[in-house]
Design a protein around this ligand. Structure first.
Ligand code: GDD
Ligand code: MN
Length: 396
């Protein structure tokens, strides 16, 4: 709820444009979650790496969600640091690592933003090089890449993590070939971006992949890369978990379904996948001796629940706040079953009149009604109730 920004050295006031925002000024944003053991070494190496403030004014901004004493350690270490260092501590870690970076972006008022991890897996000496490469080439985004010649993933522990990272890169590039053109390492968390190319309002990050979010939603006009060797973690442990993998998939889905046509396609695919629980339940129930018509009604609920869960997590994740979940599932269930009301006579017609088997008749009837259902679901379940009453509902 409350964000508390305490500043060391020069204060960063979000309401003031920084007077020293000269050309080439840089804010280094460092998200931290329980990284107390890395701070002193990180600031020491950053101090060595960053050039003379006359040449390139730099500010270090930690965005911290720690439950340990990381903020206090930063405060202490910052006292004899040659650059302004501040900490934005968040009480709730909304959006995880990505949310922290966006909170930092909102505070930053320099020409360049550099995002890097606190655990020294990202070599601090590359910070000036990233910005320099951007100035030289006119790029809006400069990515430190493990997968361009001269780079390596040396510090990525174990074959499993390497395979996952490679698979995730491949998946992201396959889903966003245009937005990620020229980015060999979209999973990298180390990059420089021009502040003017960031439209922070458009960002809805979810978990770790903030570069992916920025590249896809802000579409920087020109991209450059600098190779880097991913180092071993200096101290502590990775905060990434299996749950982060699920968040990554949900993040990809929400980025991919940002247009109505893509949402319709997603709705169709999810609807298709719902055939499986629906038909499986129908098979079980008719096997168990139930007449196929009541069995259709019961089996439909399995498909409805399945679809609801997938649609909630993959398709309309950003739009759930307009209604309470009980309201959403109620409306969703009503629509889906109203659809069944239409479908039952259709199925009966296929079976009784045209002599079709129950399963193909059901599949055909399901397929005929989905566009209607999509339109109704989007407008009746997930759109804001009214566009005028801004007071009670935040608009997306
Ligand atoms: N503020 C905040 N909130 N910081 C966080 C959170 C959070 O919820 N979760 C993690 N961090 C910080 C960590 O403290 C660290 O500074 C940085 O984000 C990266 O976290 P790690 O836990 O070290 O991530 P990793 O090493 O598994 O992942 C790294 O490699 C990936 C590519 O393989 C990161 O660089 C990722 O950004 C990168 O995608
Ligand atoms: Mn790390």
């Amino acid at each position: 709820m409350s964000e508390d920004l305490w500043s060391l050295h020069a204060p960063i006031d979000p309401d003031l444009s920084l007077p020293q925002a000269a050309t080439g000024s840089v804010t280094v944003i460092i998200p931290t979650f329980n990284e107390a053991g890395n701070i002193i070494e990180l600031l020491r190496r950053l101090g060595d790496a960053l050039p003379d403030p006359e040449q390139l004014p730099c500010t270090v901004l930690f965005v911290d969600d720690s439950t340990d004493d990381t903020p206090a350690v930063i405060e202490k270490a910052a006292a004899d640091h040659p650059f302004p260092v501040s900490v934005l501590h968040r009480e709730t870690a909304e959006g995880g690592l990505g949310g922290a970076v966006v909170a930092g972006l909102a505070r930053a008022d320099t020409d360049w933003i550099v995002v890097m991890d606190a655990d020294l897996q990202h070599p601090p000496h590359l910070v000036p090089e990233l910005v320099g490469e951007g100035e030289r080439t006119g790029a809006d985004l400069v990515v430190a890449s493990r997968y361009t010649s001269g780079g390596s993933r040396a510090g990525l522990a174990g074959g499993y993590r390497i395979a996952v990272s490679r698979g995730a890169t491949w998946l992201a590039k396959g889903l966003f070939p245009r937005a990620l053109r020229g980015i060999s390492d979209p999973m990298s968390g180390f990059f420089a971006m021009r502040r003017s190319a960031v439209t922070a309002g458009a960002l809805a990050p979810l978990g770790y992949k903030i570069l992916l979010e920025l590249a896809v939603r802000c579409r920087p006009a020109k991209v450059a890369e600098v190779p880097f060797v991913f180092q071993d973690r200096y101290c502590g442990e990775s905060k990434s978990t299996a749950r982060e993998g699920m968040r990554f998939l949900a993040h990809l889905a929400s980025l991919r379904s940002a247009t109505p046509l893509a949402r319709l396609a997603g709705f169709g695919l999810i609807g298709l996948s719902g055939f499986v629980p629906n038909l499986a339940a129908l098979w079980l129930l008719t096997r168990g001796g139930m007449h196929y018509l009541p069995a259709e009604i019961v089996a439909n609920q399995a498909g409805v629940l399945w679809n609801f869960l997938l649609i909630e997590t993959l398709l309309f994740r950003d739009r759930r706040r307009h209604r309470h979940w009980a309201d959403r599932i109620g409306r969703f269930g009503l629509l889906a079953n109203a659809d069944l009301l239409l479908r039952i006579p259709l199925i009966a017609l296929f079976v009784a009149r045209f002599g079709m088997e129950v399963l193909p008749a059901t599949a055909l009837a399901l397929a005929t009604t989905f566009v209607l259902r999509f339109a109704a679901t989007e407008s009746l379940v997930y759109l804001p109730r009214t566009s005028r009453r801004a007071g009670r509902h935040t608009r997306s």
